[in-house]
Structure formats: C-alpha cells, structure tokens
Design a protein around this ligand. Structure first.
Ligand code: IPM
Ligand code: MG
Length: 351
C-alpha cells in the first residue's frame, strides 16, 4: 500500500506531518512518499503541480493532501497559482466526487457558531461535484461592447456529469439516513435546470431514498436555521465549496472538517482517492505550531477506509479524535490552548 503525501503550503506541511504520525503509530505497513505541490512546488520547480508530483500521485493507492495557497503567488498567471495544483489533481485523476461529512462531536456543541441545541443535531454529508461547473468552464478577460474590460467564467454541466455524482449521493444516502437534498439555483440558471431534471431521473433508481430540491440561497439559510434537517446534500462544485465552509462553522471549526475526493478507479482494497482537510493554507498562522491537525487526521481516517479497506484502523482514529476532544484537548480555533503537536500527541495516546 502506497500513499503519496503532498503537504503543500502554509499550515499544510505541519498538519500533514501530524496525520502521517498517526498513520505510522498504527503500524499498518503503509509506504508514504512525499512530493511538493502548490506554491512550494512553484518556488522549487516552477510549477504548482510538477510532472513528478502528478506521476507519484497517479502511481499511489491514495493521496494525503495538506493545503495549497500562498499570498506571494497571488499575482502569478492563474495557471501557475498554487490552487491550480489541487484543481489539476482533481481533474487529471478524475476525482469527481467530493465527500465532506459534518457532524458535531459530543461535548463540542457550545463551540458551534449556532446555539448548542441546534448544533447538536448536525450530522450531514455534503456530496460535491468536483470536475465541472464554473470552475472548469471557459474563462478569460475581454473587452465588451462599451469598451470596458470584463471577466467571464462559463458555468455548465453535462448530463453524464450530473448522473455520476447523483448516483454517488443516492448510494451513500442508502447507507445513512436515506434522504438526499439536491441544491441548485434552477429558478435562475439553465445549468441548474439540467441538474435538477437529471437528479430527478436518477432518483427513480433509488425508490428507498427520499429526494427534495432546494435553491442554494434557501439551503444556506436552512443550514444555519435547522441543520439537523439535512442528511446527504448533493450539489455542484461552486455551491458545494461555499456550503461546506458554512457547514464547518456550524460544527464549530473549519479545523475539524475532513474530505475525500473519489473517482471511478479501484485500488486493490477500495477506491482511489485524494484526502484533504477542507480548510486552506492559513498563511497567517503557518509555522507557529498552533493549527488544528484534526481535519487532516480525520482525512487520513477516510483514506484508510475508502482507499485501503482498513475500516477498523479508520474507526480507531475517529474514536481517538473524539476522545481527544471529549477530554478537552482543544486547539486555538476551538477556544483552547493545545498546540498542533499536543493535539497530535493526544490522538496518538488514545489510539
Ligand atoms: C476547497 C478549496 C478549493 C476549491 C480551492 C483551494 C481551489 O476552497 O477545496 O474547498 O475551491 O475547491
Ligand atoms: Mg473551499
């Protein structure tokens, strides 16, 4: 079993290091190989996703990814910016299904931005499409009829792209609360009308799953009004990006949300995928040893479960994280004072 470890920028390397320590502590006989990605790769090799990094990722059973983003690279041409590394990996590796679970940990209800009794009910999974939408449409700058400079990004979805992510959402819902809420903006966008029509058609294959539709503005409101309403939230690339950050603060911290990005390729023991915290590189706190590594550690658990078929090891990590939090080992984002290393140590001690 081979994992490609791509730490990236900002707090990426330090949170990834803690997740690697947790995997090593389980002594599972997994080989881990590191490669540069993002701004760090641009500075060292002139490209955010060097060919050697992509090749390593392709040859692995799974990828553990930190974060990319570096203010020093914000003025570069878009194709050289750190973010292109993660977008490029998702696209090149066909990782179209992004799973972002959001659940409140027992004892952390009062850390939520919501009232504790509302937060306590959160147990949802965002299924976000990752290979299409306005992220990957034609984009550029042009001069309009009035002679003014304008920017544009084309939003589109092909039926087959919606079908495959809808199947993921319905199948996943069958193993959870059997409810799918499809989020779109069909009252305004044709892309969303096609999305909605397609989801309705796919739903016929899953009579045991209840389907509802919600406009994205309403979904943003319901997510803070009554997040317990949601089981599986199925949505496109842009809306999923926004709603998952919002969901993280409903849970209590963006430092707690893990994610899996899966495609069609199977490994010897599961599905090939990339695993990353949903947070970014947080340059303001990078290198200070105060970041919360739990989202990355929880991403490592998802990796073991989905790509390596090691469900028992994943359960152990998740239980150790829950115990760490229940014991009051809280990093700064959760209102505590535990350092990055102390949080990592606490998880390892509870494995
Ligand atoms: C995420 C991030 C990325 C995205 C960025 C870094 C390109 O915000 O994974 O949510 O927009 O998908
Ligand atoms: Mg995001």
């Amino acid at each position: 079993m081979n994992i490609a470890v791509l730490p990236g920028d900002g707090i990426g390397p330090e949170v990834t290091r803690q997740a690697v320590r947790v995997i090593e502590a389980l002594d599972l006989g997994i080989a881990m190989t590191e490669a540069p990605v993002g701004g760090a790769a641009y500075k060292a090799h002139g490209h955010p996703l060097p060919p050697a990094t992509l090749a390593l990722a392709q040859a692995s059973d799974a990828i553990l990814f930190g974060a990319v983003g570096d203010p020093e690279c914000d003025a570069l041409d878009r194709h050289l910016r750190p973010e292109q590394a993660i977008l490029g990996l998702r696209k090149a590796l066909g990782l179209f299904a992004n799973l972002r679970p959001a659940k409140v940990f027992a004892g952390l209800e009062d850390r939520s931005a919501l009232r504790p009794e509302i937060a306590a009910k959160i147990d949802l999974l965002i299924v976000r499409e990752l290979n299409g939408d306005v992220y990957f449409g034609e984009k550029g700058f042009r001069t309009n009829a009035a002679g003014e400079r304008e920017g544009y990004d084309v939003m589109s979805y092909a039926t087959s792209e919606v079908e495959r992510i809808a199947h993921v959402a319905f199948r996943t819902a069958q193993g959870r609360g059997k409810r799918v809420c499809s989020v779109d903006k069909a009252n305004v966008l044709e892309t969303s009308q096609l999305w909605r029509d397609t989801v309705i058609a796919v739903a016929r294959d899953y009579p045991d799953v209840a389907l509802e539709h919600m406009y994205v503005d309403n979904a943003a409101m319901q997510l803070v009004r009554n997040p317990g309403h949601f089981d599986v939230v199925l949505t496109g690339n842009l809306f999923g990006d926004i709603l998952s950050d919002q969901a993280s603060m409903c849970v209590g911290s963006i430092g707690l949300l893990a994610s899996a990005s899966l495609g069609a390729r199977q490994t010897a023991h599961g599905t090939f995928g990339l695993y990353e915290p949903i947070h970014g590189s947080a340059p303001d706190i990078a290198g200070q040893g105060v970041a919360n590594p739990l989202a990355t550690i929880l991403s490592a658990a998802m990796l073991l479960r989905h790509s390596l078929g090691l469900a028992h090891a994943a359960d152990r990590i998740e239980a150790a994280v829950a115990a760490t939090l229940a014991d009051g080992v809280l990093s700064r984002d959760l209102g505590g004072a535990a350092s990055l290393a102390e949080t990592g140590d606490a998880v390892i001690a509870r494995l």
